[in-house]
Design a protein around this ligand. Sequence first.
Ligand code: HEC
Ligand code: HEC
Length: 399
Amino acid sequence: MKLRLILGGLIAIVPAMAQQQPQQSVQEAQALAQKIAQQTAQKPLMAEEVFKNVQILKGIPVNQFMETMGFFAASLGLNCVYCHVSQSLENWDRFADDVPRKRMARSMMLMVNELNQTKFGGRRAVTCYSCHRGAEQPRVIPSLADQYGVPPEDPNLVEIAPDAPKVPTAEQILDKYIQAVGGPQRLTRLTSFVGKGTYEGYDTYHAKVLFEIYAKAPRQLTTIAHTQNGDTTATFDGRDGWIASVDKPVRLLPLLPGAELDAARIDADLWFPAGIKQALTDWRAGFPITTVEDKEVTIIQGTAAGRSRIKLFFDNETGLLIRQLRYSDTPVGTVPIQVDYSNYREVAEVKIPFRSVVTWTNGQTIVELNDVQPNVAIDAARFGKPAQAIVTPVKAGAR
Ligand code: HEC
Ligand code: HEC
């Protein structure tokens, strides 16, 4: 229900962004293009350079700013236009307008900062979610139903118990996974693949559109979603990555060191599990066994090059990877990003997941592959910096 609300807001934004393009003046577009050309990973484009009325969330990259909005939406269980005028849906610029709830959210940010500074030694002990818990109005009276009922367990919240047995070890669990997908010999024989399938998300109004994937070991990955508003391309060449999206306020952004590059890297690594043990470091086991969709799972955790914490969930019965959970930091709190893998099928005798679902605070996307060609030569340029995304406003009736 809540998710629908949040998604509802985002679904409505997309046409707004598509229509907004022609309204942008030529000078504005040129100025922005110049800024984008100048940006490097060292000096990313900051929120206040792109948006018009940023008073608190300054000095953070554009993507992180949007993730902060996702954190607000998730914390209060709201869609975007609850804190923004409804015209924002037709015109991206109107997000800059101030309304009482947006001002309230600003004052809440200051309150939370002060609380953490003065009462918790600057540690982020309290976030919007601590009080709001997915509701506009924090509760003030305890719920007896909660107190005496059985709370639903969220497997994502399970953490290592201090006295938990450390067997099976992370290495044993990874070995079982390597066996489950084909064994070390077969894995080394799959060195690349090109796949086609479908993609759906808020940026396609939840309709299925054509999707392409190019993957090459070690860790090179490019995906293209042919949305109704134009192509959204994500590339990772093993070191650097870019996102050229028709659905973001900036149409080409480099991935930044830290969570963004870590995410691209692990996504690329997971297509070629032969190198999985080296993909992350500081592997840890000892999570209590939990369940995902009634399947018993074992969780392990690793640390990526940019210090991100990544959890992997394995199906106890099949040994297959069924979930990846990672985190991204915003100035107001940490947002979780979950990728669920299923429908494993053999490609050159190696099992790969033909379905993957990404769920995060700003939405959900589903990829379903239907044609995968193994060991195809792929031009190196395919994984390099893509061209800026070009928005082609959605045709009447296409929705
Ligand atoms: C709980 C309230 C709240 C929610 C929900 C919320 N926002 Fe915001 N938004 C804010 C606040 C507060 C600011 C101003 C931040 C500042 O001044 O530092 C802002 C600013 C923005 C801006 C910058 C506008 C400009 O030009 O200055 C954009 C764009 C934006 N929000 C988009 C979104 C989107 C998209 C969503 C839904 C995912 C969303 N917001 C959800 C409170 C909210
Ligand atoms: C210490 C607890 C606490 C924290 C932390 C907190 N809030 Fe609140 N918030 C409240 C309370 C209590 C209210 C309701 C105030 C009232 O009764 O009018 C509220 C109300 C709001 C409202 C207005 C809701 C409405 O019904 O119009 C917004 C928007 C809001 N909070 C945003 C945030 C954001 C964004 C954060 C994180 C930066 C945050 N809050 C963190 C306690 C908190």
